[in-house]
Design a protein around this ligand. Structure first.
Ligand code: PLP
Length: 382
């Protein structure tokens, strides 16, 4: 038996030009622009994913991720995939069929968590708030008492609404009611104060493309000892091979056993992004995000625009601005993109057509970017 050569079909053989993408300024919900030295790191020649130099780099990425998240968690690593892969990893590793997962839904990404938990055959319970609101400790505790979940899942920075969920006391509540606390930090890591260990968060995930100033492609993941203990007592295998942390840890931990071919260049970029964050210092990065967001808020308010979220719960990384009556918000975003190369997001779900979403994340959180956008709102908003 042989493999015979057959005529190659040219039906899909199109002659495209070499890639030529525009230089956009990404001031939407993400991705944000990557830092120039991150782009340089990404374009380095790949090395083997078991090369001792790469193995050393993996350890550096893990250590800097622990810094960025303020955690000592042993199981801290970037999942190969976007934020949703890391989101799925938190659930896939800990949920067993029939476990109750309580999701506090106050926007689009809470709904995604609920959907994913159901796919791992959890009994999903939700509590809901209108998009633009947040949960109080009393509301969370009432739901913990009523549903007795194994896991409470919360979104810290809800990108669909611009709300930053207050976290003081939530971890203690979860310990009191014997459940794990799972936190989405996709739009907070690197830009908003976040303390995984102090807040007693058991599971968290994030992305590379927002506060870390790296392109999309990696999903930072962290798991604390209480979540590890739940994983260790599973009655069956983790039902997702690719995201199984105990397998992944044989590669990321001391054994260095092949699991999948690591996206080495993405991890070059991640290392550089985290190195830059550590060089700046977390508190300086958080303060910069806050300063530039306040500059945006006051500038927009001076122009008569109003924000969707009260100031004390507004995210510095993602601002939701109400579209004034009579203005076609989508047409203005398209104008900004087509004429000025600036991306600003629109609303999702119940906020579609009602808000713009303006991101000031990582490398893009600068006064120059704020002023450029404010000037366009002032001079070109119909
Ligand atoms: N969670 C939140 C709060 C997000 O904003 C996003 C994406 O923007 C995700 C999860 C999913 O991340 P990704 O799109 O990188 O898969």
């Amino acid at each position: 038996m042989t493999n015979s050569l057959l005529p190659v079909k040219d039906a899909h053989r199109q002659a495209f030009n070499a890639i030529n993408t525009p230089d956009r300024l990404l001031l939407g919900p993400g991705p944000s622009n990557a830092h120039p030295t991150v782009l340089e790191a990404l374009s380095r020649t790949p090395i083997g994913h078991l090369d001792p130099l790469y193995v050393e780099l993996m350890g550096e990425v893990q250590e800097l991720l622990r810094y960025a998240w303020q955690t000592d968690n042993r199981l801290t690593l970037p999942m190969s995939g976007t934020g949703s892969a890391a989101m799925e990893a938190t659930l896939a590793n800990t949920v067993e069929p029939g476990d109750t997962v309580l999701v506090a839904v106050k926007g689009y990404f809470g709904l995604r968590l609920a959907d994913m938990a159901g796919r791992y055959r959890a009994t999903v319970k939700t509590i809901e708030k209108p998009w633009g609101e947040w949960f109080s400790l009393e509301e969370l505790e009432a739901a913990l008492i009523e549903h007795k979940p194994a896991i409470l899942a919360l979104v810290h920075a809800e990108t669909s609404t611009g709300v930053c969920q207050p976290m003081d006391g939530v971890g203690d509540l979860c310990r009191k009611h014997d459940c794990l606390l799972l936190l989405d930090t996709v739009t907070s890591l690197g830009g908003v104060p976040l303390y995984i260990d102090e807040w007693k968060v058991d599971l968290a995930y994030s992305c590379s493309q927002k506060g870390l100033s790296c392109p999309p492609g990696l999903g930072p993941f962290t798991m604390g000892p209480r979540a590890e203990a739940k994983m260790a007592t599973r009655s069956g295998k983790v039902p997702n091979w690719y995201l199984d942390v105990s397998l992944l840890n044989q590669y990321w931990g001391s054994d260095r056993v092949y699991h999948h071919t690591a996206p080495v260049n993405m991890n070059f970029g991640m290392r550089e992004a985290l190195r830059l964050l550590a060089e700046e210092g977390l508190d300086q990065a958080w303060a910069r995000h806050r300063r530039n967001a306040e500059r945006l808020w006051s500038g927009l308010e001076r122009q008569g625009l109003s924000m969707h979220v009260p100031e004390e719960l507004r995210l510095p990384t993602l601002t939701t601005v109400r579209i004034p009556d009579g203005v076609d918000g989508k047409a203005f975003s398209q104008h900004l993109l087509n004429t000025h190369g600036i991306e600003v997001g629109g609303g999702l779900g119940s906020l579609a057509g009602k808000i713009w979403r303006i991101g000031l994340m990582g490398y893009n959180s600068t006064p120059e970017n704020v002023d450029r956008l404010l000037n366009l709102f002032e001079t070109e908003l119909p």
